[in-house]
Design a protein around this ligand. Structure first.
Ligand code: ANZ
Ligand code: ZN
Length: 814
């Protein structure tokens, strides 16, 4: 045969074949037992205007290899793809050009779909969803109503993170180092009306159930820290004179005797009540100043602490000490009780503050019970000092004892706190799901009836955000003005929309039953597929999507909609693909590699294999144009094998057969463990052996092509046909290996000289006796005993032993 590897023609042919024959369709076939059903999920892309980048195919190829392998191993595999299609870029583009965001979005989706199809992933395209489809967000709105009815969605006027450039409020998770995660603008605080989801009601379960998950430890740890559970006590101090209660939260109730002043967050309602008239002007000035600061600015450790004295004093419940009450913005309203007792000897921030304002510092914990000069906050555990009847008690024990004591006195109790805040869920923008509630003068906030869903996004003339905290929807009067579903009276629609995270919170559920018009998915079908067995995507979603989706899933679990407590059982993160010099790929650097170009030049099979061969999936890896060519050659060498005579009756030499079985085992294990680079190396080793043969056994070639198939689906379909077989190779059975054939084929031969063991040599079983003798005599260790002496005879036991009998005149080793 003399054909070149025409990947353009081959890939087009099989793309069309798979489409026409719906090769990748999956159904809820009941004949697959539960343990033979798999759900393998990718993080679906946001269809940006710049198209697919080479990072997308990295994770997508990984799940594709895994899915194809499992299909060939007899699993029913759900492997879907869709689009996370609401979002700001389409809307910003609309502001510049007037083009409706849906026009831009669907155009981008078409491009993405074509690019993804060019890579040959075995997605069931009949299940494609886009979160901006009204048939899809119908059910996003339905879930919102469920959240609302359960009291998990509420309206709140509060100071939130505001991005001046994006002109919208943001969730805490969307703020990185005080900047907008999307556009890097410095975040401001703004008090506006918001929809908030009560994710905090699920804090404990979100934390505990991490134990159920096979996720990378780093992502689990990030979620754990973000949820930020701490255990301590709430303690009630009394304001001297007025008798008002001042409740604080502390993780160190064992330091109560060291409290030398109190601090309230400036927003604390008690401030107004306790501030003495002479301090009022200064206190008010301070409150105004701190209201403009972001949480980050307030809590930064290395910032100089600020604060003012209220003029009031509080009484410490453990010793009756009268200590001054201050306000300072390093204490946050919204965490704990918004008030603290300050223990400068053992808390760094308090130490800084006390030093700056000359407040007393009292040591109450000591390493060994002795008193020392306090030069910095000693935060370590130890034993109590300066603590009355509790002196000498160890920190852990003291915490417990004092909490019990407080409880008995009615002055405190055990308390748990979480750093996790409720999720700011509304955006003051157009291109998102409308929030399905109305505001009625009589009834207040009323959710739409489920039967009135979907509430479609209306057309607007201008997409420009008003900037006043209202979305462009507020300007469409005939949409805004509506009737109250409860009383029929006049009402106004909610004009905020949902954040981009909403649609991706439940898309994996919709994939199970994407066309269902009566429910978000049929309960039996959900049960057939969920939970997701393997989820692959970037690590950047650690405390965003991956936390939000778990929250919604748990709510749906409580509603009986889904039947598992967690959505994604195993999660693996792909590393970043970097530029040639190890730098980040970015438009501004001009080092972005377009997968279309690589496919045009080398074919999709080469791109797939290249990206999997770059290194371990989880590692960050620099792009290297030279190495791509190497992988192209790899495929071409396999292609050239077909120039040889391939027939059923070609015998397979023993060693080659062993390598074949070893390779089947190795590649299977490595795909299971997502170690694709080593699997490919092994396929290269077997290829080398195949190249050395004059003629090739057909069964062996079939096995080879099957092993290669998950990595290079196009060319292997072609080769499968060249072997005289019918498509699709995906519907064939994965090769099986014989365990004993995977073991190295050697036995130990003992070499003796006059009955004494002098060497051990590995030989192939069945090595002829003459060859055994030769090997024994060549061995340097034997030689040193034998040389210079007369060999009397050589005794052999086949496969086991050679004993050289000498008449010794020279006593070795020489
Ligand atoms: C006294 C104390 C002594 C504290 C000591 C620490 C060390 P977690 O939950 O681990 O972050 N705190 C409480 N509420 C606060 C608020 N709203 N804003 C700022 N700080 C607040 O830490 C809880 C500790 O942070 C609490 O324990 C309190 O200071 C402070 F040697 O109370 B501690
Ligand atoms: Zn922004």
């Amino acid at each position: 045969m003399d054909r070149n590897y025409d990947f353009i023609a081959i890939e087009k042919k099989w793309r069309e074949y798979w489409d026409a024959h719906k090769t990748f369709r999956v159904t809820e076939d009941p004949s697959f037992p539960e343990d033979k059903r798999l759900y393998v999920l990718d993080m679906f892309p946001y269809p940006s205007g710049s198209g697919l980048h080479v990072g997308h195919p990295e994770g997508y190829t990984a799940t594709d290899i895994y899915s194809r392998f499992k299909k060939m191993k007899g699993f029913n595999v759900l492997h879907p793809m869709g689009f996370d299609a609401f979002g700001l870029p389409a809307e910003n583009y609309a502001i510049q050009t007037g083009t409706h965001p849906s026009v831009t979005t669907y155009k981008n989706i078409d491009t993405f779909r074509a690019q993804i199809k060019a890579l040959g992933f075995c997605y069931d395209w009949d299940r494609e969803v886009s979160t901006c489809d009204v048939d899809y967000y119908h059910w996003t709105q339905w879930i919102f109503i469920k959240l609302f009815n359960k009291g998990l969605a509420y309206e709140s006027e509060m100071p939130i993170n505001w991005c001046p450039k994006c002109a919208t409020g943001l969730a805490n998770e969307e703020v990185k180092d005080g900047k907008c995660d999307r556009c890097d603008s410095i975040i401001e605080r703004k008090r506006i009306r918001q929809w908030v989801l009560k994710i905090t009601a699920y804090a404990e379960r979100l934390l505990k159930d991490l134990d159920l998950l096979d996720w990378s430890e780093s992502i689990k740890l990030m979620q754990q820290n973000w949820i930020g559970r701490s255990e301590g006590a709430e303690v009630d101090f009394t304001i001297d004179g007025s008798g008002e209660l001042l409740r604080i939260y502390t993780t160190r109730p064992d330091t109560l005797f060291g409290a030398t002043y109190m601090v309230l967050a400036p927003e604390h309602p008690l401030v107004e009540k306790i501030t003495t008239p002479d301090r009022m002007v200064e206190v008010e000035k301070y409150i105004e100043k701190s209201a403009r600061k972001s949480e980050l600015q307030r809590t930064e450790l290395n910032k100089e602490k600020t604060g003012v004295f209220t003029g009031a004093y509080a009484i410490n419940p453990v010793n009756g000490a009268k200590i001054p009450v201050w306000i300072a913005d390093y204490v946050l309203w919204g965490y704990g009780t918004g008030a603290i007792m300050a223990v400068p000897a053992h808390d760094e921030r308090d130490f800084e503050f006390a030093t700056r304002f000359n407040l007393p510092i009292i040591q109450v914990v000591s390493k060994d019970g002795s008193l020392t000069e306090v030069k910095e906050a000693a935060i370590e555990d130890g034993v109590a000092v300066n603590s009355g009847q509790f002196n000498g008690m160890k920190t852990t024990e003291f915490k417990k004892t004092i909490t019990e004591w407080l409880e008995k006195q009615g002055k405190g109790k055990l308390a748990v706190n979480y750093k996790l805040r409720d999720w700011i869920f509304s955006r003051q923008r157009y291109w998102g799901e409308p929030i399905p509630v109305v505001h009625c003068d009589k009834c207040g906030i009323v959710a739409l009836d489920e039967k009135d869903l979907p509430l479609a996004l209306p057309d607007v003339k201008s997409y420009k955000p008003t900037g006043t905290g209202e979305s462009p929807l507020a300007l469409i009067e005939d949409w805004v003005n509506t009737k109250c579903p409860k009383c029929g009276g006049k009402a106004k629609r909610e004009t905020n929309t949902m954040p981009q995270w909403a649609g991706s919170c439940w898309y994996y559920i919709r994939f199970t039953d994407p066309k269902n018009a009566k429910a978000l998915a049929d309960p039996d079908i959900i049960k057939y597929w969920l939970p997701v067995n393997l989820y692959i995507g970037g690590a950047e979603h650690a405390v965003l999507h991956l936390l939000y989706a778990r929250f919604w899933h748990k709510v749906l679990f409580d509603l009986g909609v889904v039947n598992t407590p967690e959505p994604f059982m195993a999660l693996r993160n792909q590393g970043m693909i970097l530029g040639e010099n190890g730098e980040k790929m970015s438009k501004s650097r001009g080092n972005v590699v377009n997968p279309d170009d690589v496919i045009k030049e080398h074919g999709a099979d080469t791109l797939r294999i290249y990206e999997m061969f770059m290194g371990p999936l989880a590692a960050d890896k620099p792009w290297n144009t030279q190495s791509i060519i190497g992988l192209r050659r790899f495929i071409e060498k396999i292609w050239r094998l077909f120039d040889k005579n391939i027939a059923d009756n070609v015998p397979v030499p023993e060693a080659l057969n062993r390598l074949r079985h070893k390779t089947i085992k190795f590649v299977s294990d490595k795909i299971d463990g997502l170690e694709f680079n080593t699997a490919i190396s092994q396929l290269m080793i077997l290829l080398n052996a195949l190249q050395k043969e004059e003629a090739l056994n057909k069964d062996l070639m079939k096995d080879y092509v099957k092993l290669l198939h998950p990595f290079a689906p196009f060319v292997t379909e072609e080769m499968w046909e060249m072997l005289g077989e019918k498509p699709s190779i995906l519907n064939t059975k994965w090769p099986v290996y014989q365990e004993e054939m995977t073991k190295d084929n050697v036995v130990q031969m003992v070499v003796q000289v006059n009955g004494k063991v002098r060497d051990n040599i590995e030989i192939e079983p069945g090595t002829p006796v003459e060859k055994m003798k030769e090997l024994a005599l060549q061995s340097p260790k034997t030689k040193s005993w034998v040389d210079g002496n007369e060999i009397v005879k050589i005794i052999t036991v086949p496969n086991k032993l050679v004993n050289v009998v000498i008449k010794a005149t020279v006593v070795g080793p020489q």
